[in-house]
Design a protein around this ligand. Sequence first.
Ligand code: MG
Length: 155
Amino acid sequence: MRVGIGHDTHRLESGRPLILGGVRIDHPRGLAGHSDADVVMHALTDALLGAAGLGDIGDAFPDTDPKYQDADSVIFLNAALKKLEIQAYKIQNVDVILFAQEPKLGPIKSKIRENLAKLLGLPLDAVNVKAKTGEKVGHIGRAEAIACQVAVLIE
Ligand code: MG
């Protein structure tokens, strides 16, 4: 058994789509970044790479590479899954925490959970998605950014 953790933060900006865990969310602002800035996908990819001892998402997909401009971050997840598959690792479970003051994630988190389970090829009960606000303090609480933490167990 091996454990991995991932963390990511992106700034909220007008004129960007908001994509969390591969789910497009209707919101006036989205996350800024080189790719589609999906914090869930980035933290999950890092957690998987970390669990397998394979470095981080920045090593594998440099944000200076024009190829990844506005890229669908599912490609990063799929590349990490491929690396784990080559080493015959299997994912046991994934636990996700999203940190966002806005939008309200209560109604959305089940959609993110379902999408992640589908992408990972796992039963729904092996994927958990929790949502926290920033209690109106700090960069999360002022709705300047959305962050995500992910823990995974592989064997
Ligand atoms: Mg990122």
